[in-house]
Write a protein that binds this ligand. Sequence first.
Ligand SMILES: O=c1ccn([C@H]2C[C@H](O)[C@@H](CO)O2)c(=O)[nH]1
Ligand SMILES: [Zn+2]
Length: 157
Amino acid sequence: MDGVKSTQEVSRLSQEEVKDLIHQSHEAKKFSYSPYSKFRVGAALRTLDDRVFLGCNVENACYNLGVCAERNAIAKAVSDGFRQFKAIAIASDLNDQFISPCGGCRQFMREFGCDWEVYLTKSDFSYKKMTVAELLPDSFGPEDLSKKKMSNIPSNL
Ligand SMILES: O=c1ccn([C@H]2C[C@H](O)[C@@H](CO)O2)c(=O)[nH]1
Ligand SMILES: [Zn+2]
């Protein structure tokens, strides 16, 4: 096809890129500020144009203000003007199960599309690949706020 790649092809990572993203998520974990849970999490987010943003969980003495690693990585990218993502890798110290993102982070990922990759890892860097859609089926997203889809909208809105 004359070297022209479809969006689908362009957005997939090579094995080497997957390994690298996973490695970076484990590096990001080292900055985790988690004195309360002692549960370190790191995330590495790769944009469509191949930049990588890192995040870690940041807890707080006011417990409920803590922020997850995934959300921090996404917020960093969006704050720098990047909203299109290929993949995110998530790392914890769990060695017997893959880290599983919380519901809030799944929704946060979904805001920027359903069809991108999430690499859930173990401490030995092994991984399970999922998509945002698989992690959050039948999700609610920005498209659902379209007024065209609504009926009986009160006139005072
Ligand atoms: O996928 C996850 C799961 C948990 N945490 C954080 C939140 C909290 O700081 C600690 C324990 O839940 O781990 C994340 O950052 N990402
Ligand atoms: Zn979370």
